[in-house]
Design a protein around this ligand. Structure first.
Ligand SMILES: [Zn+2]
Length: 313
């Protein structure tokens, strides 16, 4: 019997992306639209239905959705999506299933990206692997001994909110000291802004120009050897190493795959991350390989399709 196909949905605050794929990784069709944020759940679900209708194949059996917020996996209900107004207690699995006739399953957006990288990207073939995405925030997915770790009600793998310091800016979660508060792209941008105020004639200041400083500006200036930018990446590398070392002591992955915007600067930080991890990890134990994610923005889309396949048999 031929293999069935699955649909992955990447529900983003700006883009809604839908693809049909097979488990060998073949992407059969893909569509996207600008998420109708202000239209609320009703409008976005209608967009999903239309895009699913456009990509679905005769042999499509299930849909996986990466959710950028809190959800109840047992009830198939979205509880809250910070980037999308009105998404409170939306029984998304049932609504979309009723409209499409397909099985629907929800999953955390970082976990579907981890699943994509595990099955078809930088984690392929590893039974102990961690995926960490560092962009506006920090998310992750842990595969230990061949299984994605979800824990009770799915909190496992929320590495961004593990406490790593006593002193930090306020995190997106409202607390202080989280890894995300010191090592995310948001933290990088904050450091860039402070550096520019201190050194307005630096190359970093020129690269940012009139724009609000971003992590991207930092890595561009660092590639031109700007001392202010290199110093910021130095601090970033230390924080990443600290978080990676915590993950290592908890799960001992063979490989840590870094995704998200900040991963574009991994080559600039790699040597220092490795050096710092060697100091931080219990002696006698190997440090994991630290590599960049391979699937880019498609990790979540492909991973959501794989998640859908887990509903079968
Ligand atoms: Zn936090």
């Amino acid at each position: 019997m031929p293999e069935p196909s699955f649909i992955g949905i990447d529900l983003g605050g700006t883009q809604l992306r839908v693809a049909a794929a097979r488990l060998d990784g073949a992407m059969l069709d893909r569509r996207h639209a600008t998420t109708d944020r202000l239209g609320g759940p009703q409008a976005v679900v209608a967009q999903m239905e239309a895009l699913v209708g456009a990509v679905r194949q005769r042999d499509t059996v299930a849909i996986g959705i990466g959710v950028p917020g809190a959800f109840d996996g047992e009830k198939g209900m979205v509880l809250d999506i910070p980037a999308l107004p009105g998404w409170n207690s939306v029984p998304l699995e049932k609504i979309l299933s009723d409209r499409t006739g397909l099985t629907v399953i929800l999953e955390n957006d970082a976990k579907v990206a981890a699943l994509g990288e595990w099955r078809a990207g930088g984690g392929k073939g590893f039974s102990n692997f961690a995926y960490v995405t560092v962009s506006t925030g920090i998310g992750g997915g842990i595969v230990a001994e061949g299984r994605m770790i979800r824990g009770f009600r799915g909190l496992a793998g929320e590495v961004g909110h593990t406490r790593i310091t006593d002193h930090s800016a306020v995190c997106s979660c409202g607390r202080q000291g989280c890894w995300e508060a010191v090592a995310s792209g948001t933290a990088l941008a904050r450091a860039a802004k402070a550096a520019i105020e201190k050194a307005p004639s630096s190359l970093l200041a020129k690269v940012a120009g009139e724009d609000a400083p971003t992590g991207e500006h930092v890595s561009r200036a660092a590639r031109e050897k700007c001392p202010a930018a290199l110093a910021i990446l130095n601090v970033e590398a230390e924080w990443l190493a600290a978080g990676f070392a915590n993950i290592q002591h908890l799960y001992s992955p063979q490989r840590i795959v870094l995704g998200g915007g900040v991963s574009n600067a991994l080559d600039l930080m790699h040597a220092q991350i490795v050096r710092s991890m060697e100091e931080r990890i219990l002696s006698g134990h190997p440090i994991p390989e630290i590599v960049r994610a391979e699937l880019g923005d498609d990790a979540g889309l492909i991973g959501a399709a794989y998640r859908a396949s887990e509903t079968q048999g």
